[in-house]
Design a protein around this ligand. Structure first.
Ligand SMILES: [Fe+2]
Ligand SMILES: [Fe+2]
Length: 397
């Protein structure tokens, strides 16, 4: 039985929640609080799985409350349910909540959001790793790009277009921007996969507060792990993205699958950044294992962390609310045969695009196979006959 805690200072909203969620009583234990202080006391006593909180409340407000929840109970999924759509509120929520829902809320979305959060628990079995990812506020950015964006946003003639181009050069910023713009909070009907378009939609004020708050965008500390290159990780992501896009197009994929493949390929190795930024000493052991035993990175990560970057990244993107198709493609990018989906989908494009991008960066003899490709999956799905043409499409990427 999952424990879900709701906090809202408006009695009519609490009543509405209680009434509409009554059918869920067979699956969830629910508690409703009119303010943050008693809710926090209850969570201290019995940890909860999901907390849904209003932002603007007298006394302790939603951001403070969720910050406390993060400390007391890092494994809890934190959801903001707010009617205030000002950029300032948006930015405060972004630094503290996993998901944003806006009022008036619809029960189906709330149920689906809590259901997804639950499903993701199975993706990362280790509670310690889950807590680590749940605690993450932000992904670090390259200091040079962070400075460049800061300067642009403070310039008298600051341009949103230029800012968008800067954001598109950084994995941490792209992930956060896509989370924000695709959250229910923002209320878009279509999925936005292009980082530059996402910045344009967020608008100047929101982007400026994101940059200046320093709660949301933070700088990567290279000194923690000098042997790791964030630039190289992003270069690889962009190449994998170009390849995945060409493969999806070549396979005649639908627009939604193309969009999923594009975003998932861009973010497919975000789990590496999560592990490097939060457990640098352990990741140094991963790099050492890869260097000395030539095992793939995911195998070394499983040895050191008990999970690999694919699952860590997919879990993060899942709790941050990126779509299921993207989460799935990231989760299975090294082991697509483990995925239930059949036929061409974003998983296919990202798996093949990633392997080809990796092979292009470390070229071997021309006729050799592409290392890292899951032959059993390609055989099962009958993709082997298309492989040569996909490689050709990617050659010019
Ligand atoms: Fe990977
Ligand atoms: Fe990769």
């Amino acid at each position: 039985m999952r424990r879900v805690v709701f906090v809202d200072d408006a009695p009519e909203i609490l009543k509405h929640l209680q009434r509409t969620l009554a059918p869920m009583q067979s699956e969830w234990t629910m508690q409703f609080f009119p303010s943050a202080t008693p809710a926090l006391a209850a969570i201290r006593e019995t940890p909860c799985d999901v907390v849904v909180s209003d932002m603007t409340m007298p006394g302790m407000d939603g951001a403070q409350f969720l910050g406390e929840v993060r400390t007391v109970c890092p494994q809890t999924i934190r959801i903001v349910l707010s009617g205030d759509q000002s950029p300032a509120n948006y930015v405060r929520s972004a630094s503290i909540a996993h998901r944003f829902l806006r009022k008036p809320f619809d029960v189906a979305t709330l149920k689906a959001t809590i259901g997804q959060a639950e499903a993701l628990r199975t993706m990362l079995a280790d509670p310690a790793l889950r807590s680590l990812v749940n605690e993450i506020k932000t992904l670090p950015s390259l200091p040079s790009i962070y400075q460049e964006l800061m300067q642009e946003m403070q310039a008298p003639q600051a341009s949103l277009k230029k800012a968008a181009r800067i954001v598109a050069k950084d994995l941490g910023m792209v992930t956060k921007i896509l989370q924000l713009v695709n959250s229910a909070f923002f209320g878009l009907r279509t999925y936005v996969s292009d980082p530059e378009q996402a910045v344009a939609l967020l608008g100047f004020d929101a982007v400026k507060s994101l940059v200046l708050s320093s709660q949301v965008f933070a700088q990567f500390d290279q000194a923690q792990l000098p042997s790791f290159s964030l630039e190289a990780l992003w270069r690889h992501a962009m190449l994998a993205c170009a390849c995945a896009r060409r493969i999806a197009k070549g396979a005649g994929a639908s627009q939604p699958v193309m969009d999923e493949a594009f975003t998932a390929a861009l973010l497919h190795d975000v789990g590496v950044l999560v592990l490097v930024a939060n457990r640098p000493a352990d990741y140094a052991r991963v790099l050492e294992l890869v260097r000395t035993t030539q095992v793939p990175d995911w195998a070394a990560e499983r040895e050191v962390f008990g999970a690999d970057h694919a699952h860590v990244g997919a879990y993060l993107l899942g709790i941050w609310g990126l779509g299921d198709g993207i989460v799935e493609a990231v989760a299975f990018h090294h082991h697509p045969a483990d995925c239930q989906a059949s036929g061409f989908c974003a998983v296919t494009a990202v798996h093949v695009g990633d392997a080809i991008a990796e092979a292009q960066a470390h070229p071997g003899p021309v006729s050799s196979d592409v290392p890292g490709l899951d032959q059993s999956y390609l055989t099962r799905e009958n993709f082997l006959p298309q492989l040569a043409s996909w490689r050709e499409l990617c050659a010019a990427a």
